[in-house]
Ligand binder design. Structure first.
Ligand SMILES: CC(C)(COP(=O)(O)OP(=O)(O)OC[C@H]1O[C@@H](n2cnc3c(N)ncnc32)[C@H](O)[C@@H]1OP(=O)(O)O)[C@@H](O)C(=O)NCCC(=O)NCCS
Length: 206
C-alpha cells in the first residue's frame, strides 16, 4: 500500500481518549468485523442502507482488494488497546469513469461518535486521495442521516437529491473550505497530518 502520511499518527479525541490513526493492515480484519457487528441499527443503516447488522464478507474483501494504488482505507484504534474493536474507519474508491472523483465512506463506532474521529479519518483519506490525483469526494447519504448532511454541508459540499438520499460532493481544495468552526477543525486535522512526525510523544487535540 502506498503511504503518503506519517504512519501511525498518535492523536487524542475531544474527550482525551488516546488513539492511533493509520492505514488498514491485514491483522485488522477481525477488528473491522467486530466493529461493524457492534454498530447500532441506525449507524448500520446509515452506512450500509440496510438494517441487517454487520458488514457482508464481500464488503470486507473489498476493503482488502489488492489494487491498493486505487483505493485506500484508514482506521483509528484506541492506543494501547489492541484487543478492542476499532474506533472507526474511512475508505475511498476512485470512479471507473472519472479518475479525479472517488466515492468515500466513513464509519465511527457509536460510543466514539461526536469526538472528532470522523474529521481525522476524512483528513487522512483526503490527503492520500489528493496525492493520487483525486479532486472530489462523493458520498451517498440517506435522507435521514442528518449528522452526515450537517457535517458535509458545513464543509461546503454540494448535494443532489435522489429518490432515497443525497449525493454529496466535496472538493478536495482547502482554499474552498468555508469559514466556520467545522471547516476550521478539518483544516487543523489536514495541517497536522501533513506536518506532524509520527512520534509516540507527539499528541495533538482534535
Ligand atoms: C458520520 C460519522 C462518520 C461522523 O463521525 P464522527 O466521529 O461523529 O465525526 P466528528 O466527531 O468528527 O464530527 C464531524 C461533524 O459531524 C457533525 N456531528 C457529529 N456528531 C453530531 C451529533 N451528535 N449531532 C449533530 N451533528 C454531529 C458535526 O457537524 C461535526 O463537526 P463539528 O463538531 O466539527 O462541527 C459518524 O457519525 C458515523 O459513523 N455515522 C454512522 C455511519 C454513517 O453515517 N456513515 C456515513 C455514511 S457515508
Amino acid at each position: 500500500m502506498k503511504l503518503v502520511l506519517p504512519s501511525p499518527v498518535h492523536l487524542r479525541l475531544h474527550d482525551g481518549t488516546p488513539v492511533i490513526l493509520r492505514p488498514l493492515l491485514p491483522e485488522d480484519r477481525g477488528r473491522v468485523i467486530a466493529t461493524f457487528n457492534r454498530l447500532s441499527p441506525d449507524s448500520t443503516y446509515f452506512r450500509f442502507w440496510t438494517r441487517f447488522r454487520g458488514a457482508s464478507p464481500g464488503f470486507i474483501d473489498r476493503l482488502y482488494a489488492a489494487d491498493h494504488d486505487r483505493h485506500a482505507t484508514w482506521v483509528m484504534i484506541v492506543d494501547g488497546k489492541s484487543d478492542l474493536p476499532g474506533v472507526g474507519g474511512g475508505s475511498y474508491w476512485p470512479s471507473q469513469e472519472d479518475p479525479t472523483l472517488a466515492e468515500v465512506s466513513f464509519t465511527v463506532a457509536d460510543e466514539f461518535q461526536g469526538q472528532g474521529a470522523g474529521t481525522f479519518l476524512l483528513a487522512a483519506v483526503w490527503r492520500e486521495a489528493q496525492e493520487a490525483g483525486i479532486r472530489r469526494f462523493v458520498a451517498h447519504v440517506l435522507e435521514a442521516n442528518h449528522v452526515m448532511q450537517a457535517w458535509w454541508t458545513c464543509l461546503g459540499a454540494t448535494a443532489i437529491q435522489h429518490p432515497h438520499g443525497l449525493e454529496m460532493t466535496l472538493q478536495l481544495d482547502e482554499s474552498a473550505l468555508p469559514d466556520n468552526p467545522t471547516a476550521q477543525r478539518l483544516r487543523h486535522c489536514l495541517a497536522h497530518l501533513a506536518e506532524a512526525p509520527a512520534r509516540e510523544d507527539h499528541v495533538v487535540h482534535a
